[in-house]
Design a protein around this ligand. Structure first.
Ligand SMILES: [Zn+2]
Length: 491
């Protein structure tokens, strides 16, 4: 969870609708037929406006990586390339999002995103250019204007979640925070066209399209290493990987013969030296069953065995059966009473209001509530806690039929909120990429062993090989730049 930076109070008058969606993934999709009809009718201005709105929500839900120089670098490369396309007049925007997944995506209207996770897997500027070219192509070919779908919850690593409609979201914002689920998912012909155009764009800038093929190979390895049950993010937004490497070679061969410039490997590696690698524990991490948040300085216990999802605007725990949830958010209000009113004034929400108490010494208000939904009555408990100049709101709920049992797990969780005082936890640092130059010829494995000599390696040799697009026993010439990872996860 991230410190709130923008006030986004919603005052919708739509009636509260709480939908509990079970493992059937299609259930949580927008009706694609309706969506497609709507989006195919939109004008260019509407497309830009739609992209701008989604861009704000992406910034809020995923976060923009806080490194101005890296942002400027990616933005300049992207903008220069976009100016060579069929649609140079779009207000092109390129952003590095603060997310450790390996992904890149585009929104209608000229918005292109790469995660810091994918940046740490590239090994040259040419590779970055290849992916930017592909994303730019989805926009110039207007693929997004005809195909905007909601991605599945598996993106979060959970098979199911509760989705709450707008009025309830300011209290329990899973669906709102889940804006990151709103990605474009393209058809096979869209992907082929984006590859063809993207190859032309990158080659036009002087980069050898072979670089895009090595990216495809890395993405394949990332998917494999991700293991079962984990949806590879890039494949989710860019499906149909079949034969793409051959196709890209074909597109490249069809271009006018040309001399390609350097892939700018060293320049690129220098740019990403020191970027955050893996999850950033400063924005929350689980340790020994407790959720720690060093930036907001609190600790919270979630019920044992529940799945905890840490999003920028909310921390959400789901029961093993995925039929109960505890959600933590920061209220936009400045008092316990005002925050509580937000809940109880919501249309359809029933309850007598809060009782003032102290939770681990902190001023708080607790109360019960119920909400009728199409799936039946929801019952829950709420706690509003004043701490460090903010109102933290905790909501636990399930269907009325199971609430009595879940209440016994949820109440202790709500009452466990307390200040984080452990100095080590407060001072936690993320892992970072460390680009080092090989002094004399060696193997990656030997370099790895000497780099982590006497310490517990933060990442495996296989992981280091993957991000360097090498094998563990690859030979390294003297003078080669290699990415290592320093730091370690909280323990
Ligand atoms: Zn694509």
């Amino acid at each position: 969870m991230k410190q709130r930076t923008a006030r986004t109070v919603r005052r919708s008058t739509t009636r509260v609708l709480v939908a509990i969606l079970f493992a059937g993934l299609t259930a949580c999709m927008t009706n694609p037929a309706t969506g497609e009809r709507q989006f195919s009718l939109i004008s260019m201005d509407q497309e830009i406006q739609m992209g701008s709105q989604a861009d704000l929500q992406i910034a809020q839900s995923m976060g923009i990586y806080p490194d101005d120089r890296l942002q400027a670098y990616v933005s300049e490369l992207g903008t220069t390339m976009a100016a060579t396309t069929e649609w140079p007049e779009l207000p092109w925007t390129f952003r590095v999002v603060d997310d450790d997944t390996v992904n890149a995506f585009a929104l209608p209207g000229g918005f292109v995103y790469v995660t810091r996770g994918i940046l740490s897997h590239f090994n040259s500027e040419a590779q970055l250019a290849g992916v930017l070219g592909h994303e730019i192509a989805h926009i110039t070919a207007r693929h997004g204007a005809t195909r905007l779908t909601r991605m599945q919850m598996t993106q979060l690593g959970v098979g199911l979640a509760m989705v709450l409609e707008p009025r309830f979201q300011r209290i329990a914002p899973l669906a709102g925070a889940g804006m990151q689920l709103l990605f474009l998912s393209f058809s096979r012909s869209d992907e082929q066209e984006a590859d063809e155009l993207g190859v032309r764009y990158m080659a036009g800038m002087g980069y050898d399209p072979e670089a895009l093929i090595s990216v495809m190979e890395t993405l394949r390895r990332v998917s494999e290493a991700g293991g079962q049950g984990r949806l590879p993010e890039w494949l989710a937004t860019h499906p149909h990987p079949e034969n793409r490497q051959d196709d890209i070679r074909g597109h490249a061969a069809a271009l006018e013969p040309q001399e390609y410039v350097s892939d700018r490997r060293e320049e690129y590696l220098r740019r990403i030296d020191g970027i955050v690698y893996g999850p950033d524990p400063r924005e929350g991490y689980m340790l020994g069953g407790s959720f720690h948040h060093p930036t907001l300085r609190f600790v919270l216990e979630f019920p044992l065995g529940w799945t905890v999802i840490n999003q920028k605007q909310a921390v959400i725990a789901l029961s093993e059966e995925r039929d109960a949830s505890v959600q933590l958010t920061i209220s936009e209000e400045t008092s316990i009473d005002a925050a509580a009113r937000n809940l109880y004034d919501t249309e359809g929400v029933d309850g007598v209001g809060i009782t003032r108490v102290r939770i681990n010494g902190l001023p708080a208000g607790v109360g019960a509530f119920s909400v009728p939904t199409e799936q039946g009555l929801i019952e829950g408990s709420a706690a509003f806690i004043e701490y460090d100049g903010r109102i933290f709101q905790l909501i636990g709920y399930s269907a009325a039929s199971t609430w009595e049992a879940y209440r016994r797990q949820v109440t202790p969780s709500l009452e466990s909120f307390r200040p984080l005082t452990d100095r080590r936890a407060l001072a936690v640092e993320p892992m970072r990429l460390d680009v080092t130059r090989v002094a004399r010829a060696t193997s990656l494995r030997a370099l790895y062993d000497s780099y982590y000599n006497g310490t517990t390696p933060a990442v495996s040799i296989e992981q280091i090989a993957l991000i360097n697009q090498l094998e563990p026993d690859s030979r390294l010439a003297a003078g080669t730049l290699v990415k290592m990872v320093h730091g370690s996860p909280p323990r």
